[in-house]
Design a protein around this ligand. Structure first.
Ligand SMILES: NC(=O)c1ccc[n+]([C@@H]2O[C@H](COP(=O)([O-])OP(=O)(O)OC[C@H]3O[C@@H](n4cnc5c(N)ncnc54)[C@H](O)[C@@H]3O)[C@@H](O)[C@H]2O)c1
Length: 375
């Protein structure tokens, strides 16, 4: 069986989805949609896609798609996913899954009701280096895993939480075998975030066009409690330049460390190992690079280094063809967004917040009426 696939939203990340669909076996990229005709035509020309739409409902009604990639900004993920589900189409949504848990729950309910999959595209965990790092940790290569550290790319924390933060929550969920709780502290311009600091993402971060709904804070420290007792630490703060190559886990164990980071010169992920539990300025054993057999990176005869969408798209394709849940499907699709809500809920309550959350409305939305700016 060959899956007929489409893409809604032909901006930046759609290139990665289109490349994935165009290169996966048993997948045929047949249609694209964008309200911006130039963006639509540019991307469709690039991939030789003739069916072009400016209305996703029309594309869903006409194209008998099996799978759609939702590549718009976050507030549109829910309405598009729900419309796709109602047309019987499996959904691979870009992250963040949505802007709040209420709408994310509606996406999941619509997909369940229609008998289609909903998965979120956190591609990091599917890559060969992340898979190998997890296997090495499970084999005891760094002793007992103690903690994972991640740092944002340098954008304002409330914005970054919805960009890199959700990816980091997903990788913590992956390495920690599940997230149990979150404890967070958030500041804005040097003071603790209060109701008046809640604003739209475009007001907080003026250097990035993406709409991430309502957010708060320019600096965050998030403590993530793993299901097995190890934990994660995520630090999001502003800095220049905004290095992409900072992203990637630093994993500390009782007998060693692992790090996966893009090489700053090539942009390609590398995994490094150090046989010592902490680093000193001097006398720390040298870090060694762990390289994988080149064949590990091959899909459809090509090598896919780093964190390309093809890794999450492949997991979705296999799930559809084999009749399984995708790894980030069902309730797992919600985990990273649960962590976002838990981050704000923890800051405002001053408490450690257990997952999954009972309260599904946005923790910032209900505080907007108390004098906050709306952007
Ligand atoms: N997984 C990753 O690593 C990764 C990387 C980058 C971006 N993203 C995510 O992908 C999403 C899109 O980001 P981007 O950088 O591609 O944004 P973008 O602004 O480049 O593209 C969004 C596109 O959606 C189109 N659009 C808006 N409304 C539409 C509608 N009703 N119907 C169809 N198209 C519509 C816009 O015209 C635009 O072309 C965001 O949620 C972002 O967080 C994920």
């Amino acid at each position: 069986m060959t899956l007929r696939t489409g893409i809604v939203g032909c901006g930046g990340i759609s290139k990665s989805h289109a490349t994935a669909h165009a290169n996966l076996e048993n997948v045929d990229l047949v249609a694209m949609c964008d309200i911006n005709r130039d963006a639509l035509n540019n991307r469709a020309d690039e991939y030789g896609v003739s069916k072009r739409y400016t209305d996703y409902a029309e594309m869903f009604a006409r194209e008998a798609l099996d799978l759609v990639s939702v590549c718009t900004h976050a507030p549109l993920h829910a309405p598009i996913a729900i419309a796709a589900a109602q047309a019987g189409i499996h959904v691979l949504s870009e992250k963040p899954l949505s802007v709040d848990l209420e709408t994310a729950d509606q996406m999941l309910a619509a997909c369940r009701e229609a008998g289609v999959h909903l998965a979120v595209s956190h591609q990091f965990r599917f890559t060969p280096l992340f898979r190998r790092a997890k296997a090495l940790i499970d084999e005891g290569k760094i002793g007992e895993l103690r903690s994972i550290r991640e740092v944002g790319k340098g954008r304002e924390a409330g914005f970054e939480l919805m960009e890199m933060g959700v990816h980091y929550f997903d990788e913590m969920d992956f390495f920690l075998d599940g997230v149990s709780w979150i404890q967070a502290h958030i500041t804005y311009q040097g003071h603790d975030v209060a109701e008046a600091d809640i604003m739209h993402s475009s007001e907080l971060c003026k250097t990035d066009r993406r709409d991430n709904g309502i957010v708060a804070g320019d600096t965050m420290l998030v403590h993530i409690g793993g299901a097995q007792g190890a934990y994660g630490i995520m630090e999001l703060y502003c800095r220049e330049p905004r290095h992409g190559w900072m992203m990637g886990p630093h994993l500390l164990g009782s007998e060693g460390q692992l790090m996966i980071k893009p090489n700053p010169d090539t942009g390609i992920d590398e995994m490094w190992y150090c046989p010592f539990d902490v680093s000193f300025a001097a006398h720390t054993p040298a870090w060694e690079r762990i390289e994988l057999d080149a064949s590990a990176f091959f899909i459809s005869g090509k090598a896919w280094h780093s964190r390309h969408t093809i890794w999450s798209a492949k997991n979705m394709r296999d799930a559809i063809l084999n009749g399984n849940q995708p790894e980030l499907g069902g309730r797992n699709a919600l985990t990273s967004l649960e962590c976002v809500s838990a981050t704000y809920a923890s800051h405002f309550s001053g408490q450690k917040v257990q997952l999954p959350l009972k309260e599904r409305s946005h923790p910032l939305a209900k505080r907007l009426n108390t004098g906050a700016k709306t952007g």
